[in-house]
Design a protein around this ligand. Structure first.
Ligand code: SF4
Length: 382
C-alpha cells in the first residue's frame, strides 16, 4: 500500500506514529504492539501487514508437500486445550493409538514415487517412546527415503526425551541430528506468559525450557518454527509478550523460519466453555504478528485449522505461507473441531486457491528453497 493511503484512515496520532515506523522499516515496541491489538482496526492493520509482506515476498505464497506421522496420542501430560491426547490410563480407549514401528515404515513407503519433500513427526508424549527409540526411527525412515526432510518433535516431546535419557538438550538434539533429524516444528509453545501457562498446561515444559530447546537446536544448525496458541484466556499483552520472547531469541540466533499463530478451538477439550474468537480476530492476529515479528522471514496460516477461505483472506493480512498439501494424516486439529475434518488438498487445488486471490504460488521445500514455481510467467516459460 502506498504510504499516502494512510491519510484515508481516521486514526490517532499514536497509531499514525506506529505506521510511520512500519513504513520506515523500524521496529515497534512492546507497548505499540499491545496498542495495535487494542485500537487497530482490521483495515489499518491489514494495510501495514500487507506492506511488510509485499516488501519481503511480493505476491509469493508458499506451500509444501508433506505428510504427517503421529506415532501416538498417548501422553503423560494433560493440557486443558488438547482434544487429541489420551492419558496412559485411557490406553484402551477406542480413539487412543500407538503405531507400531512397521506401520510407520509402511506409511513412509506408501509415498514412494510421490514428490513429497517432508515428513512432519509429532505426537503425544509416550512414556515408553524415548530418545533412542526416536533416533532409530528417524535413521530407518532416512534409509527408506534418504532425501526426505525430517521435521520432528515439539520442544515438549524433546524436553521429556532428554530428561528421561539424562542428557542436555544439546546432547539429545545432536543424537537426533546425527540420526537424520533436520529441523524442529514450532508446537508446544502455546502462550509463554507463566500465569496463563499454569492455567492451561501447567505440567509440560516451561516457556524457558521451550526457548532453551530451540536455542540449542539453532546452535546445532537445526532451523525451527514457532507457534502461538491464541484466542482463549490470554490477554493482548500476553500475545505480545509471547512474540517478544521469540523476537529476542531470533535476534540472538536467527534460527527461526516461520511464525505460526494457531487459533484455539473449543471442541472436545477441557476448555469447551470458552468461546472461540471470530475470523476478524484471526486476521487481526496475523496482521499484528507480521508487524511485530520483523525478524521472522515467514508467517504461516495453517489452512486445515482456519479453513480454506480464511486462509485465502489471510494472504492480505501478512501471511505468505499456507502450509502443505497435507495428506489425510494429521488428527491434532481435526479432533479439536478445526474447519477441515479430513485435511487434504491436491497441488492443483492449493495452486488454484492461491491464484484466486491474486498471489503467486510457489512450492517450497522445508527451508524455503523453490521446488516448483506455479506463477503465470514461470508456467508460460515451461
Ligand atoms: S497438547 Fe501435546 S503435550 Fe499437551 S496433552 Fe496434548 S499431546 Fe500432550
Amino acid at each position: 500500500m502506498d504510504k499516502d493511503l494512510l491519510k484515508h484512515f481516521n486514526i490517532s496520532d499514536e497509531l499514525k506514529s506506529i505506521a510511520e515506523k512500519v513504513y520506515n522499516s523500524e521496529r515497534i515496541t512492546f507497548e505499540e504492539g499491545v496498542l495495535l491489538f487494542e485500537k487497530g482496526e482490521l483495515n489499518f492493520l491489514g494495510s501495514l501487514a500487507n506492506h511488510i509482506r509485499e516488501k519481503k515476498h511480493g505476491d509469493i505464497t508458499y506451500f509444501n508437500k508433506n505428510f504427517h506421522i503421529e506415532p501416538t496420542n498417548i501422553c503423560v501430560f494433560d493440557c486443558k486445550f488438547c482434544a487429541y491426547s489420551k492419558l496412559i490410563r485411557e490406553k484402551g480407549d477406542y480413539d487412543a493409538w500407538e503405531m507400531d514401528e512397521e506401520k510407520i515404515y509402511e506409511t513412509v513407503r506408501s509415498y514412494d514415487n510421490t514428490d513429497i519433500t517432508e515428513v512432519h513427526i509429532v505426537g503425544g508424549v509416550h512414556p515408553k517412546m524415548g530418545l533412542q527409540y526416536f533416533a532409530n526411527l528417524i535413521k530407518n525412515i532416512k534409509e527408506i527415503r534418504p532425501e526426505i526432510h525430517v521435521k520432528a518433535f515439539t520442544a515438549v516431546e524433546l524436553e521429556y526425551m532428554c530428561r528421561k535419557a539424562k542428557v542436555s538438550y544439546k546432547e539429545g538434539l545432536k543424537i537426533l541430528k546425527d540420526h537424520g533429524q533436520d529441523s524442529l516444528p514450532g508446537g508446544g509453545a502455546e502462550i509463554f506468559a507463566e500465569a496463563v501457562r499454569e492455567e492451561i498446561c501447567k505440567d509440560k515444559c516451561s516457556s524457558e525450557q521451550w526457548l532453551a530447546i530451540h536455542e540449542a537446536a539453532h546452535e546445532l544448525g537445526m532451523p525451527s518454527n514457532a507457534t502461538m496458541l491464541y484466542g482463549h484466556i490470554e490477554s493482548y499483552a500476553d500475545r505480545i509478550d509471547h512474540m517478544n520472547r521469540l523476537r529476542e531469541l531470533q535476534d540472538k540466533t536467527g534460527g527461526f523460519n516461520t511464525f505460526i499463530p494457531l487459533k484455539f478451538r473449543n471442541g472436545n477439550n477441557q476448555m469447551s466453555h470458552i468461546n472461540e474468537v471470530s475470523v476478524l480476530e484471526d486476521l487481526r492476529t496475523y496482521a499484528v504478528s507480521r508487524i511485530y515479528m520483523d525478524n521472522f522471514p515467514h508467517l504461516k496460516a495453517y489452512w486445515p485449522m482456519i479453513g480454506r477461505e480464511t486462509a485465502q483472506l489471510s494472504l492480505a493480512y501478512g501471511v505468505n505461507d499456507i502450509d502443505g498439501t497435507i495428506d489425510d494424516s494429521t488428527k491434532i486439529y481435526s479432533m479439536a473441531g478445526a474447519e477441515e475434518q479430513n485435511p487434504n488438498m491436491t497441488t492443483e487445488q492449493i495452486v488454484d486457491l492461491i491464484k484466486k486471490v491474486g498471489r503467486h504460488p510457489i512450492e517450497r521445500n522445508s527451508v524455503y528453497d523453490t521446488v516448483n514455481d506455479y506463477g503465470e510467467e514461470a508456467m508460460q516459460e515451461a
